[in-house]
Design a binder for this molecule. Structure first.
Ligand code: IMP
Ligand code: MG
Length: 188
């Protein structure tokens, strides 16, 4: 639409999950994880970029020793729909062989990204491999994959904030909100 010269940062997301609710839930997850991995050292593997805010809060609330590494995959471009094509843009630095690995991701949507990552990581023979996601959108699943820990189940909306982006915007919002798909499409 030619009259829509708005930058996507001008669309104010509708609040879905408040900052306070996120903090409470992240603390619960951290307590659960600390109990599950008590007495062990955990390799926390963040999937960039969406996981970084969640990961930073989560590990600071956990009481087990952690090593942190990151992996960057890309599947989206600036569109709000998955392409189904996953590419490792940056691999992790640590070996995960014989380690307890916890993959941290912002959103489990179609599941294509995480199932690719999990298959890839399994080949490296970790001792254990689990997944924690901040948000789960089960309505849109295309791959048979489940997270071991889920922060929030969210409706089929395009969510942003607390690490999640739309065209690289909104990652720094302290809350989780959604933007209307129609607006997003006009922008994208
Ligand atoms: P999947 O492969 O469809 O499961 O997509 C997973 C990735 O797409 C996540 O890591 C997110 O970065 C991104 N994604 C999926 N849904 C949303 C959304 O509603 N908002 C922002 N990013 C999303
Ligand atoms: Mg992502």
């Amino acid at each position: 639409m030619s009259t829509r010269a708005l930058s996507s940062t001008n669309l104010t997301p509708t609040v879905l999950i408040t900052k306070e609710a996120i903090e409470k839930r992240v603390r619960e997850l951290a307590d659960q994880l600390s109990a599950e991995y008590a007495g062990r050292e955990l390799l926390v593997l963040g999937i960039l970029k969406g996981s970084w805010v969640f990961l930073a809060d989560l590990v600071r609330m956990m009481s087990v020793p952690v090593i942190i590494d990151f992996m960057t995959v890309s599947s989206y471009g600036a569109s709000t729909k998955t392409s189904g094509i996953v590419k490792v843009v940056l691999d992790l630095k640590c070996s995960i062989e014989n380690r307890d690995v916890l993959v941290v991701e912002d959103i489990l949507d179609s599941g294509l990204t995480l199932s690719y990552i999990i298959e890839n990581l399994k080949l490296r023979r970790p001792r254990s491999l689990k997944i924690v996601v901040l948000m789960d959108k089960p309505a849109r699943r295309r791959a048979a994959i489940k997270a071991d820990y889920v922060g929030f189940e969210v409706p089929d909306k395009f969510v942003v904030g607390y690490g999640a982006d739309y065209a690289e915007r909104y990652r720094n919002l302290p809350y989780i909100g959604y933007i209307e798909e129609s607006a997003a499409k006009d922008e994208g």
